[in-house]
Design a protein around this ligand. Structure first.
Ligand code: M6R
Length: 618
């Protein structure tokens, strides 16, 4: 959680740091701040609110923008409420040192008490201010350089961090370090300038060369010198690997759409194609994925597959359960990573664990992976963000290639994760012989139609908007689906609640009669997936039950449906496809519906309250 940026070089640091923070607001946006050093004085500007609020402060006082070195922060509060004082950056007691921090220092209270006993006082409630004072205390006592003081301080803390530290007495230098929270360093020409950020998006227009720090590494960044990277544990110097960035600027901009979420919904035909491009030769019935091919025996001999993930990725994992069990006949369990990691699960070396994460940085998923690895399981990662922590921590994996997803509400991440899971399930089905060659071919050819079918679904936007206008003031909503589309019901409800703050629940349609049916009256909109291939008659009965209790029915049906059309208040049609792929189509109207309702309610679609894109805290 939280985004950090920094710049050191010859350019004006302010626009680089502030624009960088705007690109990182997906990581947190309850407060923000910037430190600028003008060669003599440190100017600290910070405020509760978004980066645009911060800009108002600096606009009114231009000296706060001067300098060639700056560090910035956009916050998602952990310790201390979001207010001006708790916003980062934080000064040390002497006001010579300044820090920004993404993560949590778990033993901050013990360290704070010790520092208070040594005469330190604290302005904020944050764990971060404790860390910068610990660094200052060590630097003073040991008489060492900043880099060494940071390294020693970090060996004393428990928790997670990505930090950038500045020292006014050594203003040509920045120290950055990470453990559990990401940090990328953009390297400018001839080492004349450096950029630091939680991901590479803030500096993509300045350099394509970046170093991604690994967990437990610290970098000493000096203008005009090669970066030195050391292990925090033993101070050992290591060779930093400079990577060529693939990301482009237009990928991270809105491209004419009002919101990133809408742009990302519309990117799905391309994103799905990019997921299977080069991996599937539909005409020949071939599926090639090196991460699977190289570890095929592990999958084929697995006792079971355990899927671990959080949020939307967990919903994709549930679709994965249906795919693997139905197509490849492999038993699957789907676990919330946050529960799995703490409940002493039974894992054996014969289990294959699949971890799914868009960001590749979700703390609970990462911890669950480490646990599974420690018990000898083979762990396969499905991530979107290339080079992310989960991508590196897993034994093998595959990227979804969805492109950057900036909107906090996941859309294309979900459909591309399902696409990838479909490919893996079909590959294993083919290898195991649980599906005939011709059945696999048919599935692959059908999958190839999905991008154009999603495209056609996007053209129903006006209809969805009309439905949104009818139900935008609802206080509660139900989402129902069965089989492959039960997870879509969960995902539809999650999309609505996270961006419009309307209470919504997803259920397997048949579970309605075990409780939720009591909620139904004329004020309850019920969104039901009733496609031709998924227990259609049973779902139609559920729809009748809702109708007879005066609930409002918005049904997602297969093109040409007659029965549901007669009962439902509104119907949205999807093109025909094989049942396992229906989630790729049924989810689209729910994404659009949530989007339009949130816009109509004037909510912040891309940055909903209390949320962050990448949840790097427990
Ligand atoms: O990056 P991840 O896929 O690991 O993130 C998991 C969840 O935090 C994420 O899917 C979250 O639920 C989204 N806000 C859903 O739209």
């Amino acid at each position: 959680m939280c985004g950090i940026t920094a710049y050191i070089g010859d350019r004006d640091a302010y626009p680089i740091v502030v624009n960088g923070l705007k690109r990182l607001e997906y990581r947190g946006y309850d407060s923000s701040g910037i430190m600028m050093y003008d060669g003599e004085t440190i100017h600290l500007s910070k405020t509760k609110g978004k980066v645009s609020d911060l800009e108002e402060i600096t606009e009114n006082d231009p000296k706060r923008k001067v300098g060639n070195i700056g560090i910035g922060h956009t916050r998602w509060a952990t310790h201390g409420v979001p207010n001006d004082v708790n916003s980062h950056p934080h000064f040390s007691e002497s006001e010579n040192l300044v820090i920004v921090h993404n993560g949590i220092i778990e033993n901050y209270d013990t360290i704070k008490k010790e520092l208070i006993s040594r005469g330190y006082s604290f302005r904020s409630d944050t764990d971060t201010e404790v860390l910068i004072n610990l660094i200052e205390e060590i630097k003073k006592n040991e008489g060492c350089k900043l880099g060494k003081a940071v390294q020693l301080a970090l060996t004393n803390v428990i928790g997670a961090y990505a930090i950038a530290v500045f020292d006014k007495t050594k203003p040509n230098e920045l120290i950055v370090a990470r453990l559990g929270s990401p940090i990328a360093i953009g390297v400018g020409k001839d080492n004349e300038e450096f950029f630091v950020a939680s991901d590479a998006s803030p500096f993509i227009e300045y350099t394509k060369e970046a170093i991604y720090l690994e967990d437990g590494e610290l970098a000493i960044i000096k203008k005009g010198r090669k970066i030195k990277v050391r292990k925090i544990e033993d101070d050992k110097l290591i060779d930093a690997n400079i990577q060529e960035l693939q990301m482009s600027l237009d990928q991270i901009e809105k491209g004419g759409y009002d919101h990133f979420m809408l742009k990302e919904i519309h990117e799905q035909p391309k994103a799905i194609t990019d997921t299977y491009r080069g991996r599937m030769l539909a005409d020949q019935g071939v599926i090639r994925m090196s991460g699977i091919d190289d570890n095929l025996s592990k999958f084929l001999n697995a006792n079971r597959i355990i899927i671990i993930a959080c949020g939307t990725s967990w919903h994709a994992g549930l679709v994965g359960e249906y795919l693997f069990e139905d197509l490849a006949r492999i038993p699957v369990e789907v676990e919330y990573a946050s529960e799995f990691r703490y409940r002493n699960p039974i894992i054996t070396p014969n289990d294959v664990v699949i971890a799914i994460s868009q960001s590749g940085e979700t703390a609970d998923t990462l911890a669950a992976i480490k646990l599974a690895k420690s018990k000898g399981a083979f762990v396969f990662g499905i991530c979107n963000v290339v080079g992310s922590s989960i991508a590196r921590e897993t034994h093998a994996g595959a990227y979804t290639h969805a492109g950057p997803e900036i909107g906090v509400a996941s859309t294309k991440a979900f459909t591309t994760q399902i696409t990838l899971l479909s490919l893996i399930a079909l590959k294993l089905a083919k290898e195991k012989g649980s599906l005939s060659k011709s059945a696999v071919n048919t599935y692959l050819q059908t999958l190839q139609q999905i991008p154009s079918q999603v495209e056609s679904m996007l053209s129903i936007d006006d209809k969805v908007k009309e439905i949104a206008s009818v139900y935008k003031d609802a206080k509660n909503c139900l989402y129902l689906g069965r089989g492959f589309n039960f997870p879509v019901a969960l995902e539809g409800a999650l999309k609505l609640k996270e961006i419009s703050y309307i209470h919504a629940e997803g259920y397997p349609a048949a579970e309605m009669k075990h409780g939720p049916i009591a909620l139904i009256d004329e004020n309850m909109p019920v969104f039901v997936i009733a496609t031709k291939t998924g227990h259609y008659e049973k779902v139609v009965s559920n729809i009748q039950e809702i109708k007879s209790r005066s609930g409002k029915i918005i049904a997602v049906v297969t093109e040409g449906d007659v029965t549901v059309k007669e009962i439902a208040d509104h119907v949205i049609e999807i093109p025909e496809t094989e049942e396992p792929f229906t989630p790729l189509l049924t989810t689209i109207p729910f994404q659009l519906l949530s989007y339009h309702i949130a816009v109509m309610l004037d909510k912040n679609v891309d940055q909903p309250r209390n949320l962050a894109k990448s949840v790097t805290v427990e």
